[in-house]
Design a protein around this ligand. Structure first.
Ligand code: ZN
Length: 300
């Protein structure tokens, strides 16, 4: 026998309210601020992958949040554990302030140990929903670093689940799937990165370098140690900022990134020195060219 005790017919008022909510969420005003969430494995990855584009969005009043999926507590040659996690959290907060973004959250998962578990997937589903994201950016799921790779897998695995009400029912689902984008990398297998969108960041490259400069434990200590160039890092702050700029800007752009810049900017693309590129993930919402021009309001 079917138990009907808890079955109630929806009232007309409730249906009208529901219809209004659906209409409102399905047709956001074209001039509403965009809501962008960038996820990286470590507290500096979002900055490197999408910091310039984030600064451009933020300067136009759009809402950008960075999320580091691990706390970075393995990323140093002589420090570690809770003390390093606290240092890196503070560095990330300062970098977020320098970029001008709305939030920089560091999740308390151990660095170097990230796995694509249901628990971490749920952490990410909740973050994307709470941010009510229009755009989600994350690494591709093939990368030398397992934390990067699994961040890619984890975010990709949310690209439908963010809309499913019975998944993480404590956090209201999104009514429209965001556009999911991969950030650029140089890996060739099983397929190379495809720059669907390329953003010129010359106007904010100084801001990006200044923000990266906040990650002292990384850009001046850990990464140079990994690359055996620690003895080339100047000690004096202005000199090391100059050194960082030499490392991080003005590198030759890949031919396909230059071609993508030409598609979006026309002939002006030839003068661009620094860019960030993104590939559309086929599991999220499939944007048209007009959608991408609305989501990346930088090309005119
Ligand atoms: Zn990383």
């Amino acid at each position: 026998m079917i138990d009907t005790r808890n079955r109630t017919r929806p009232t007309a008022r409730a249906l009208v309210g529901l219809a209004f909510l659906l209409a409102a969420s399905a047709s956001p005003a074209d001039d509403a601020p965009l809501r962008v969430i960038v996820l990286g494995a470590h507290p500096d990855d979002c900055d490197i992958d999408a910091g310039g584009t984030a600064a451009l969005w933020a300067a136009r009043g759009h809402q950008v949040k960075f999320v580091a999926v691990t706390n970075g507590d393995a990323g140093h040659q002589s420090e570690g554990g809770g003390a390093l996690a606290r240092r890196r959290r503070a560095e990330a907060q300062e970098a977020g302030r320098r970029f001008g973004i709305a939030e920089y959250e560091v999740l308390d998962n151990h660095d170097g140990e990230l796995e694509p578990t249901l628990a971490v997937r749920q952490q990410i589903i909740r973050r994307i929903r709470q941010w009510n994201a229009d755009i989600v950016i994350a690494p591709r799921p093939n990368d030398y670093h397992p934390d990067h790779r699994y961040t890619g897998v984890l975010v990709q695995d949310t690209a439908y689940m963010v809309m499913v009400p019975n998944v993480c029912p404590d956090t209201p689902p999104l009514r429209k799937n965001p556009v999911f984008l991969y950030s650029q990398d140089g890996f060739q297998r099983p397929n190379p990165f495809r720059p669907d969108v390329a953003v010129a960041i010359d106007s904010v490259v100084e801001k990006k370098i200044h923000a990266l400069d906040a990650h002292v434990s990384q850009v001046y200590e850990w990464l140079p140690w990994v690359e055996s160039v620690l003895d080339t890092v100047p000690k004096e702050p202005a000199a090391r900022l100059f050194w960082l700029r030499q490392q991080r800007s003005g590198r030759p752009l890949a031919d396909d990134v230059r071609a993508a810049l030409r598609k979006w900017y026309g002939p002006r693309a030839d003068a661009v020195k620094d860019a960030e590129a993104f590939e559309v993930c086929e599991y999220g919402r499939r944007p048209s060219e007009a959608d991408l021009r609305r989501l990346f309001p930088f090309f005119d």
